[in-house]
Design a protein around this ligand. Structure first.
Ligand SMILES: *[C@@H]1O[C@H](CO)[C@@H](O)[C@H](O)[C@H]1NC(C)=O
Ligand SMILES: *[C@@H]1O[C@H](CO)[C@@H](O)[C@H](O)[C@H]1NC(C)=O
Ligand SMILES: *[C@@H]1O[C@H](CO)[C@@H](O)[C@H](O)[C@H]1NC(C)=O
Length: 445
């Protein structure tokens, strides 16, 4: 469809900045997108519908986005990331897919970072780039660990297969040619750019002439564009023949990912468009005949209907980490921590307790000098004790008697109160010198 701003530009990351080269003008000079605090931008993608560009930062370990003119910059994911080096937008259902070479996982979330979940956590060894094909329902990624490979799976993680595993050394950037239905990849070890069908068949070398160190790859119309770490340049060639090589920019240090921003991405009807595919949480695209499947945020299981998610974690490990509280679900087959979503500030969270009856978490903060509670979904936050505390290093919830007990190494006391903080009473105040942990033994009283 024609758009009032028929804008096309080559977007590329250079660690400390993100730049664009306009394709609407003759002058192919680059300009820096005005963004704050970009430390180590590696992977990029974009969505022309809402004009966002997305990038990962492997120093701040975050995924960020901003409008392509630099406005509305925000962090979308910044917890439990170690080395997010690949990023892809599913522009049809508005999802963010990424790889993490530190945690060896592939994850997905809504484009705003909500409803994050782990898709693939087994047999990954330094995954790098990821690309998605919302038309076919598949995603593809490179993995340059001990056994370098290119893999494919449904965008819901179904039907996972290795499509390329021989003659690969350091598979790096990936790009899909949606017109010819081909997958292109750069290999920084073989020093080539190659392509093949979506199942890995009919593999061909496009450029086999010792590319110094190709990294990012993108396709647009009849051309392929790539960044090279060693020649410090952005180059381009004909996507069918590999000939007609040109250099778009050179003497650029720290070149990372590259993408062509344009307004001609294909849209398709998907089952996710009608009532979120019937899903209570995430509707993910999948290969035919299924077309889609439902998924749940990390820690929560899909129920037997295959559509709705359980109301919360049944069994979990919970731990305090000074500025946040995290939970590891034992309901799911892998371990991934999720942050208790709290708007209230946490400065120095020390002791923690859980009331399984009402599904509430209790914690002490020795800097704010408070004991607070919230539901395990982060709602219903309230401070229950906020006076007369110094250093509450231990607490215990009595789920049977509906009481909270705590120690204070500053006041040298052990106190008790109702779970809402009322009827507070000092139980022991003599012969205590820095009491710390406290536990209750119900059966023995
Ligand atoms: C940036 O783009 C958005 C729309 O994407 C627009 O609303 C805003 O005014 C633009 N800001 C600047 C500074 O150009
Ligand atoms: C791998 O490379 C060798 C040597 O160049 C070649 O003989 C072989 O056909 C290649 N295999 C594939 C699957 O491309
Ligand atoms: C606090 O809890 C006690 C015991 O459950 C209850 O009697 C009291 O009404 C509660 N107070 C408030 C303000 O909710």
């Amino acid at each position: 469809l024609p758009h009032p701003f028929a804008i096309t530009f080559l977007l590329f990351a250079r660690r400390t900045d993100i730049r664009r080269i306009s394709f609407d003008t003759e002058d192919k000079s680059d300009d820096v997108i005005p963004l704050a605090d970009v430390r180590n931008a590696v992977a990029l993608d974009w969505d022309a519908q809402d004009e966002y560009i997305y990038w990962t930062d492997v120093t701040t370990d975050s995924i960020n986005r901003a409008k392509w003119n630099g406005s509305k910059q925000e962090v979308v994911v910044d917890t439990s990331l170690e080395s997010p080096a690949g990023l892809a937008i599913d522009w049809v259902t508005n999802k963010l897919y990424w790889t993490d070479a530190g945690t060896d996982r592939i994850e997905v979330s809504n484009a705003d970072g909500s409803m994050r979940t782990v898709l693939i956590w087994e047999n990954l060894d330094r995954p790098r780039d990821i690309v998605v094909d919302p038309i076919g329902g598949y995603m593809y990624w490179t993995d340059w660990g001990a056994n370098p490979k290119i893999e494919r799976a449904g965008m819901d993680a179904s039907n996972r297969i290795v499509i390329i595993s021989s003659n690969l050394t350091w598979p790096n950037g990936l790009a899909i040619d949606y017109q010819t239905e081909r997958l292109y990849w750069a290999d920084a070890g073989m020093k080539t750019i190659e392509y093949g069908n979506f199942d890995g068949s009919e593999r061909k070398v496009l450029i086999g002439t010792q590319l110094p160190h190709p990294f990012g790859l993108t396709l647009h119309e009849s051309r392929i564009y790539w960044t090279d770490w060693q020649s410090k340049s952005i180059q381009s060639a004909d996507k069918q023949t590999g000939l007609d090589r040109t250099t778009l920019a050179e003497n650029l240090e720290n070149l990372m990912d590259i993408h062509m921003f344009h307004r001609h991405r294909t849209f398709v009807q998907t089952p996710c468009m009608v009532n979120n595919g019937g899903c209570s949480h995430l509707c993910l695209l999948a290969p035919p005949p299924k077309g889609s499947s439902c998924a749940c945020p990390t820690g929560i299981n899909l129920q037997v209907d295959g559509k709705s998610c359980s109301h919360g974690m049944n069994r979990f490990l919970i731990f305090a980490r000074r500025t946040d509280i995290r939970m590891v679900s034992l309901d799911i087959p892998y371990f991934a921590d999720v942050v208790l979503p709290m708007n209230g500030s946490m400065k120095n969270t020390i002791a923690i307790g859980v009331d399984p009856k009402e599904g509430k978490v209790y914690w002490s903060d020795s800097t704010l000098k408070k004991v607070s509670r919230a539901s395990i979904d982060g709602s219903e936050y309230e401070d229950i004790i906020s006076t007369g505390l110094m250093t509450t290093d231990g607490l215990a919830v009595d789920a049977v008697g509906r009481k909270i007990y705590w120690t204070d190494t500053g006041t040298n006391r052990i106190e008790v109160a109702n779970l809402n903080g009322s009827m507070r009473k000092v139980l022991i105040w003599q012969n205590l010198d820095s009491p710390r942990a406290i536990a209750l033994y119900h059966e023995m009283g």
